[in-house]
Write a protein of this length. Structure first.
Length: 231
């Protein structure tokens, strides 16, 4: 940004401040003397209106702004910090800074569902699965994929509790985790000791669907998301 200062008494017409060969100049009282002001390669900017000209800031690309922002160090520092701290992190597609710094009712419910899903998954792995194997029950592979089926639900709501995702961003978390689990299962083909199993993929997809249903039911049953603490 370039600051051009032109005393009001030097101007009688707008044309008395112009750009010549890329440099700004002021012409005194219509005489032959031209005082260079600044050198620039920007396009012309209309400066001054019949004796009311004053210091203006000429931004890049032309145009005029109030001089107060140009000469105020605090304002310029604030603008600079705003440009530097502009959110650019990829994780912001899953949450926002305000929600991340807030403990509310939804966040507590996310944590409670994550803990409950973890306990149910462990029961399924240590009680249900052995029972199915010992009795030769055909449960369509649920026992085999219990780790992925319950694990994705735990992972989803644990991540939601950490990020405190709101609105559609919560579903971004579900989609991201389900896709990650599926891609990891396909990567088992190329890993030295990896074991690829279609049942794990089915379990992951079904578990992601269950997590989405739980999330919708939670939002339908809870009328208002009450804020408890902000930090």
């Amino acid at each position: 940004m370039i600051v051009v200062g032109v005393p009001a008494q030097l101007l009688t017409r707008p044309s008395q401040v112009g750009w010549s060969a890329g440099c700004g100049y002021a012409q005194l009282f219509g005489g032959p003397l031209k005082i260079p002001l600044v050198c620039t390669s920007f396009r012309p900017a209309h400066i001054g209106t019949y004796g009311r000209a004053g210091p203006f800031a000429v931004p890049r690309g032309g145009g005029l702004t109030d001089r107060s922002a140009s000469w105020n160090p605090d304002a310029r520092r604030t603008q600079s910090q705003a440009a530097v701290t502009e959110p650019r992190s990829a994780w912001l597609i899953f949450t926002d800074r305000e929600s991340f710094r807030t403990i509310d009712l939804f966040r507590l419910l996310y944590a409670a569902i994550a803990v409950s899903a973890f306990l149910l998954t462990e029961v399924g792995r240590n009680v249900y699965r052995p029972y199915v194997y010992e009795n030769g029950i055909n449960d369509f592979g649920i026992a085999d994929s219990m780790g992925n089926l319950g694990g994705i639900v735990v992972q989803v709501f644990f991540s939601l509790a950490i990020l405190n995702s709101q609105g559609k961003k919560a579903f971004n978390v579900i989609g991201f985790l389900v896709a990650g689990y599926v891609l990891y299962e396909f990567a088992q083909v190329f890993l030295p000791k990896g074991v690829f199993d279609w049942k794990d993929i089915y379990g992951t997809i079904i578990g992601g669907f269950i997590a989405a249903v739980f999330l919708l039911l939670m939002r339908l049953t809870v009328n208002a998301n009450r804020v408890l603490v902000k930090f």
